[in-house]
Design a protein around this ligand. Structure first.
Ligand code: DGL
Length: 270
């Protein structure tokens, strides 16, 4: 299976695109809803939680795990790839969402001023400015952390009028940093659920990049380039949903934004 991991519901915005673009594969989604949000937690805690979830997914038979979470990609991916994977699953692979987003941003921006909206953890890690500078040294990166946004989504308050205050506040703060920003990356997989409100408070000339289709396209390319991994993946169209919290709540909240009904199971991580 292809394992897809997030701290909660956000990774479903990525899985939805995987299923649309690569429907034939088997997927196992794990949301660590019991411990969400990750974005305000320390490096060590995000690393430990993410490692436990990745170990669990390999234990379920996944050969490839996508960290569909920017915070986990920023704080845990490199350690897991370099330190843990060789022992945990030498033939397995773990990929994140930051690199695919960084690779395409240069094709969107004309002004070279790019905005990043992400969790406190993602912003403080400086992963986006560092990675963008490697590929596009001429691009200037402006960041804004939006600590409330994941909580709004996880508590299913993202469509309520109260969410507008927090959305407007952070977009204004980002745009105050540079009037020339013409491209914004929603660098948190929960944020597409706020897209209508984000669009409402963002000038129309600014391009907003959501990660689902970007990461999905990158996965297509990866599977073409790595037949040795592609051949190990099940292709029966199986979808498994797991959560570390209540499956009843997960199914009720997650089904509408996954776009299909979900029946999840509760898992306990070792
Ligand atoms: N979806 C996660 C991300 O992309 C949210 C992190 C959190 O739990 O705060 O960063």
């Amino acid at each position: 299976m292809i394992g897809v991991f997030d701290s909660g519901y956000g990774g479903l915005t990525v899985l939805k695109e995987f299923v649309r673009q690569l429907p034939g594969y088997d997927y196992c989604y794990l949301g660590d809803n019991a411990r969400t949000p990750y974005g305000t937690r320390s490096f060590e805690t995000v690393y430990r939680y993410t490692l436990e979830c990745v170990q669990h997914l390999f234990g379920q038979g996944c050969k490839l795990v996508i960290l569909a979470c920017n915070t986990a990609s920023a704080k845990a991916l490199r350690n897991i790839q370099q330190r843990d994977l060789p022992e945990m699953s030498p033939d397995g692979r773990v990929l994140g969402v930051i690199r695919p987003s960084v690779e395409i941003v240069g094709t969107y921006t004309q002004t070279g001023h790019v905005g990043i909206l992400g969790t406190v953890g993602t912003v403080q890690s400086m992963s986006y400015p560092i990675e963008i500078a490697k590929l596009n040294p001429h691009i200037r990166v402006f960041q804004e952390a939006c600590p409330m946004w994941v909580s709004l989504v996880e508590s299913n308050e993202h469509q309520q009028a109260g969410a507008d205050y927090f959305v407007r506040q952070h977009i204004n703060r980002l745009l105050q940093q540079s009037a020339a920003i013409d491209t914004i990356i929603l660098a948190c997989t929960h944020y597409p659920l706020l897209l209508d409100k984000i669009r409402q408070y963002t000038p129309e000339r600014i391009c907003i990049i959501t990660q689902g289709h970007v990461v999905s396209q990158s996965l297509c390319d990866y599977l073409h380039r790595h037949p040795e991994i592609e051949q190990t993946l099940g292709k029966t169209g199986k979808r498994i949903f797991q959560t570390t919290d209540s499956p009843e709540i997960f199914d009720r909240f997650a089904s509408p934004f996954f776009g299909a009904s979900i029946q999840s199971a509760k898992v306990t991580l070792r």
